[in-house]
Structure formats: C-alpha cells, structure tokens
Design a protein around this ligand. Structure first.
Ligand SMILES: [Fe+2]
Length: 356
C-alpha cells in the first residue's frame, strides 16, 4: 500500500493535520518513504501514525534523525533541550539510560522499563494545564527542536483524559486580527529566564513556577505554586521586565525557511514583554504583552478549532514545532495509567548569542 495522507477523523476541518497510512515505522524507512513523510510533515505540520505498536525506542530515535533537522553533535538529551549538566533538572519524566534521546512520561511506577528502574512518573507540567507553546521556544536561545514525536506504546492505555491539543501556527496567522498581526511582525518576544537553558548559573533560577493560564491557555494570570495541581494558589510574585534579562528572544511570527509560510510561534505563559525587532527597545510591557499574545492565539485554540489527540495504544504522532503549537490538557483529568515516549532533538545551532 502506498503512503497516503488522509484527514484525521476527529480533527476539525480548519486544521491541516493528517493521518499517514500505508507505512510501518517498525521497518527500516526507504529513502522514498522518508521523502514522502518529510513532504507530509512540511505540508500538514502534524502527522498521526496509527497501529505502530511494534516500533522500538531505537526506531523512534531513527525517525527523528531521518529528516536531517537535528544537531548531529548534540550530546545531552535532557528532553532534547541540550541543556548543560547542572544539579537543577526539570523533572516529571525519565530518560532511557541506553537511549537518552527518549523520555518516558506519565503517571505509572516503572519497576524496570527499558532500563528505567524504580521510578514513579508524575505528570508534572511546565505550565498549569492548557498552556500553548512550542517545545524549546521559551527556554532555549538557539538550536530549538524542529520536531517532536510522541508515542503511546502497546500495553498502556489511559481510560480518559491526557489528550494533547494542537493548533496550526500557520492558520493562526490567517485567523488573527490584522492589526495584531501587523504589530507582532514588528516585535520580538522576550521570555522569562529559565533554569532549563544553556547557561550554568544559579542566579538564573527566577522562574517562579508554572504559569496559571486562563482563556483556553492564551492568557497568563500569574504563576502557580505547584506545577501538578491546577487548584494550587498563585505565588505572590510580580513579573517585571527585568525577569527577561538573559532569557530567550524569538520573533512571534516566524517564516519557515523550507515552506516560506508565516506561523504564529509563541509561548504566552513564559513571555515577559515585546521588544522592537529593529531597535530592541521595549514596545509592550508585561500586561500589554499578555493581552496581545492572547488576542493572537485565542481565535485558534477553542474546542471548535483545536485538534484534541486522545491517545490510543500504538499511536505515533510527529509534529513540527515551527508550524504547530500544542498544549497538554488538564493532568488532573487523567484517568488510569498513562505512559508515553517523547523524542525531541535540538536543531543545529546558528551561533546566535543570547541577549543581555
Ligand atoms: Fe510540549
């Protein structure tokens, strides 16, 4: 059967995502197959492959390396971020010891799973639920992962909840208010400093907790005292412009170098302010930034527009972070066991230095 890209049955028609049929990812991929999948990823942004239960972790990594978007020199695979070794590590998932490119996340106890022993997984999120983001965007300066893949192995089926939400950043650009778009084109987003970046510096631990999001994950109202409890109170903390010092800077509207398409490319939960793209001067303070980014994103993330992927055993989903934004659903709604694999490899660094 030839490779085919078909609409995903449960996906709203406004999204360009597709189901890829006619391929077994547990077999070595031919050059033709890689070419077809590559074209499918660039066209659709996200591909769902069903019934891939025979896929091994090594094949997950091979898939992520097949398209040439990764950094061949990456040596640290802390969830694919390439962060340095420090004592402060983002928790909530475990890496396979022999295949550190693969993170395992969920809520189950692992006695011995691909070399991970005696580990209780906990669905800790970087944000309180429904916080839209692109992987790496808010905690990396350079080498951001082009692609993320997630896999639900056979034998692990969640009874309910645990869906992952997706929306096309490309379509979000066409759907947003024209004035908002024009303004965002003039800006660069300054993100809060994060411990999960490439600077080894204790003083950088200013991230006060997960963002508490409202309006379908488009608007930050503060930082939660706990990252695994949506009902936890907020920190008594005021986010100031200074908290973006040394943090990542990324254009909120990004033109993809291969497709030429503009995409909305933001993580509102960790954005501090908007700077002028040319002069670097402040254009919008903390409150205005929250507002503008929410206006940009909100038309594209409601239940009628977003794609909610409800994971089935054997599902393998690949998406391009530069074309698609995603969000976890509320982890408190997870019913039953959950175990997922995730791979995200850094892209080659451009040599861009971080901003002061
Ligand atoms: Fe993510």
């Amino acid at each position: 059967m030839a490779i085919a890209f078909l609409p995903i049955e449960t996906c709203p028609p406004q999204q360009p995502f597709a189901e890829c049929r006619g391929i077994s990812l547990s077999e070595e991929l031919s050059d033709d197959a890689i070419g077809a999948i590559r074209a499918g990823l660039l066209k659709h942004g996200l591909l769902v492959f069903r019934d891939q239960g025979a896929m091994t972790p090594a094949q997950e990594v091979a898939f992520n390396r097949a398209f040439g978007w990764h950094d061949p020199d990456q040596t640290d695979f802390l969830f694919g971020f390439g962060a340095p070794t420090t004592e402060h590590r983002v928790s909530g998932a475990a890496q396979m010891p022999d295949l550190p490119e693969v993170s395992v996340l969920g809520n189950v106890m692992l006695e011995n799973y691909h070399g991970i022993t005696n580990t209780q997984l906990k669905p800790v999120l970087g944000f309180t639920h429904s916080a839209w983001h692109a992987d790496g965007l808010h905690d990396m300066f350079d080498g951001l992962p082009e692609m993320t893949t997630m896999f639900n192995p056979v034998g692990w089926q969640t009874r309910g909840g645990g869906a992952t939400y997706f929306t096309s950043g490309v379509h979000a650009v066409t759907r947003m208010d024209g004035e908002v778009l024009e303004e965002l084109r003039r800006c660069v987003v300054a993100y809060v400093r994060s411990p999960n970046d490439q600077e080894r510096d204790d003083s950088r631990r200013v991230t006060p907790g997960s963002s508490r999001m409202v309006d379908e994950g488009t608007r930050r109202i503060g930082f939660s005292t706990r990252s695994d409890d949506p009902n936890a109170p907020l920190h008594d903390f005021e986010l100031l412009i200074e908290h973006s010092n040394g943090g990542g800077r990324h254009a909120p509207i990004r033109r993809h170098p291969l497709t030429g398409e503009d995409a909305l490319y933001i993580t509102p939960g960790q954005a501090v302010c908007l700077l002028d793209a040319e002069s670097g001067e402040l254009r919008h303070g903390v409150e205005e930034t929250v507002d503008l980014l929410a206006r940009a994103l909100r038309p594209s993330v409601g239940p009628e527009f977003r794609y909610e992927h409800h994971w089935q055993e054997g599902d393998f989903v690949a998406w391009l972070n530069t074309l698609v934004l995603h969000s976890a659903s509320d982890p408190s709604e997870i019913d039953g066991p959950r175990l997922m694999h995730r791979v995200r490899l850094s892209s080659p660094r451009t040599g861009q230095v971080r901003h002061p």
